[in-house]
Design a binder for this molecule. Structure first.
Ligand code: ARG
Length: 571
């Protein structure tokens, strides 16, 4: 089915285009009517015409028959109100449509780089953001028919591995593995660091280890693999606790690109882009300067012969474009790495590795702050473990459920609390504009009221409870939408706008466009539910209202699932 927004837009487009070739309308939801079309004023201006006159010209060729009533407002806005017949038709089509009006797109391949923690280091809240945002985008893309290749670009290479391997040797493999598998990655890392700083002999051994690692010494490689495997297994536990779709196959660490790094250098050189500067091999992409106005280098190979973070990212671009056949590349990484990505993209473009038509974007996000509005850390200044946050959220949800739902078994309660906790944490992250910082406030996030994940889950569960109390069967096919009450019409208007919200989230890579929509829909439902009795209403109202409830429940459920949030039947 085609959603009303698309129908209106395409009809407007042909009218605008008829009047002035290439002219584009802008269509927005509006409280005057259902939508408002802009663009006439700009058009009038460009043609030296009065806006009202231009509006008339558009109206003369605009065919909205059977879809909407139109009215010119102000100096040239078109207010569009969907007709009752068209709303009825649309809602009935939605009842029959599993996708709730969301179209599938031409299949393309998107490589989404997200999560990317570091081996032998705890996942911190920055990785939480990357994981949660990246996973929501991956789900939205898949739902639209894209094939998504997830890439968790874990830091698994570099000089610290010398000291980490030596520490592993000192501890003995069994002890080291036990320490890592209980998830004390930071403890392990810190202990290695302390020795590295205080013990000359250890330092020397660590240096030699780096050389053996880079030289491909089999025993060193085996030890390194232990660190990688234990860490990746631990990350997988966190992902499953969070209900994130990443699998161990999606973990493709920096080391994977090692064999491709020489070619990066050779090919950059052949393209005439490589410059030696202070002993390092660099590219100076056009348009990047430091504060003093000097050209800024992207360091590909350092003077000590080591390849840098940027070289790996360049190799990864080539791999993703050439071997994974990406049509789109997304990097869900914190805002501090903006310049890194801009420069890497610029160099890849200059080298001809990134076709111009390929969408390549850094999906940047802000920080998670503590209650003091500083970086979110424990009191002693350590990074906060994701898994601890989740456990605390689950405990709180369980306590709340003890008060609310008496008839749950302890297992059911725990299961439900887990779903609520994940929803609370994910939704708090996704409902904020990703580019801004947000304050991690568990109390607020887990509340059943307000703009929270649990609130939306609860709205869904309330809807489902209506159907449990149904008594007599109802027939969705008998539903006719006359939408006599304002609250009914408002809810209907919310329901038909779901495809727009999914579109907007995908086009802007801002999941909060979808979460904001869902929150508004839940509010429309609350108003409706207060104003309009459902089960006790006489027919045909009862069937009509049940159908609205059914659509609302399904929209909330599908919308939440695209954000990676479950919608329990009962709460
Ligand atoms: N491991 C890096 C970090 O923790 C993030 C990697 C992001 N992805 C990339 N392709 N550079 O900061």
């Amino acid at each position: 089915m085609t959603c009303p927004y698309d129908v209106l837009l395409s009809r407007l487009q042909s009218a605008f285009d008829h009047v002035v070739v290439g002219a584009d309308p802008v269509l927005r939801p509006s409280d005057r009517g259902d939508y408002q079309a802009n663009g006439i004023m700009a058009l009038a201006k460009s043609q030296g015409m009065a806006p009202r006159e231009m509006a008339q010209r558009v109206l003369d060729v605009l065919d909205l028959s059977g879809v909407a009533e139109v009215e010119v407002a102000g100096p040239g806005f078109l207010n569009l109100t969907l007709t009752s017949e068209y709303l009825d038709e649309t809602l009935r089509a939605l009842l029959d449509d599993e996708r709730l009006g969301v179209a599938t797109l031409t299949p393309r391949t998107a490589v989404i780089d997200y999560s990317a923690p570091n081996v032998a280091k705890e996942m911190h809240v920055g990785h939480l953001r990357s994981t949660v945002i990246g996973d929501a985008l991956a789900r939205i893309y898949r739902f639209r028919g894209y094939s998504v290749v997830a890439r968790s670009h874990v830091g698994d290479w570099g000089t610290p591995f010398g000291m980490l391997i030596e520490h592993l040797v000192d501890l003995g493999e069994a002890t080291a593995m036990a320490a890592l598998s209980i998830g004390d990655l930071d403890g392990f890392y810190r202990a290695a660091r302390v020795k590295f700083e205080s013990d000359e002999d250890f330092r020397e051994r660590s240096r030699q280890r780096v050389v053996s690692l880079q030289g491909g010494d089999p025993e060193t490689r085996r030890l390194w693999q232990i660190l990688v495997d234990e860490s990746v297994a631990y990350f997988a536990e966190v992902y499953s606790a969070l209900d994130v779709t990443l699998t161990p196959d999606d973990v493709v660490g920096e080391s994977y690109y090692n064999d491709m790094l020489d070619a990066v250098v050779t090919d950059l050189d052949a393209a005439g882009l490589l410059v030696e500067s202070a002993g390092a091999l660099c590219v100076f992409p056009e348009g990047f300067t430091n504060r003093e106005g000097e050209p800024l280098p992207l360091i590909v190979k350092k003077s000590d012969e080591g390849f840098g973070y940027a070289a790996t990212d360049l190799a990864a671009i080539r791999d993703r474009v050439d071997h994974l056949h990406a049509d789109e590349l997304l990097y869900v990484v914190g805002a501090p790495q903006s310049q890194h990505f801009e420069m890497v993209f610029a160099v890849a473009r200059a080298a001809g590795w990134l076709p111009a038509a390929l969408r390549c974007e850094h999906v940047a996000f802000g920080n998670v702050l503590g209650p003091d509005r500083k970086m979110f850390k424990t009191r002693s200044g350590e990074t906060i473990k994701l898994i601890d946050l989740l456990d605390e959220a689950t405990e709180r949800a369980e306590a709340a459920l003890v008060q609310r739902s008496q008839d749950l078994s302890p297992e059911q309660r725990h299961q439900l609390a887990t779903q609520i906790a994940r929803a609370a944490i994910k939704y708090a992250d996704l409902s904020n504009d990703r580019q801004r910082d947000y304050v991690f406030d568990l109390e607020r996030m887990i509340a059943f009221e307000g703009d929270t994940g649990p609130y939306l889950q609860y709205a869904h569960a309330r809807l489902r409870s209506i159907f449990r109390r149904l008594g007599t069967a109802w027939d969705p096919r008998a539903a006719r939408f006359s939408l006599g009450a304002d609250a009914e019409r408002d809810l209907a208007r919310g329901l038909i706008a779901f495809p727009e919200a999914v579109d907007a989230a995908m086009a802007t890579l801002h999941p909060h466009r979808l979460s904001g929509y869902l929150f508004e829909l839940a509010q429309r439902f609350t108003t409706f539910y207060e104003a309009c009795p459902v089960l006790s209403a006489p027919e045909p109202s009862r069937t009509e209202r049940l159908a609205l409830c059914d659509l609302t429940a399904r929209t909330l459920r599908l919308g939440l699932s695209l954000l990676g949030i479950e919608a329990p039947e009962q709460m």
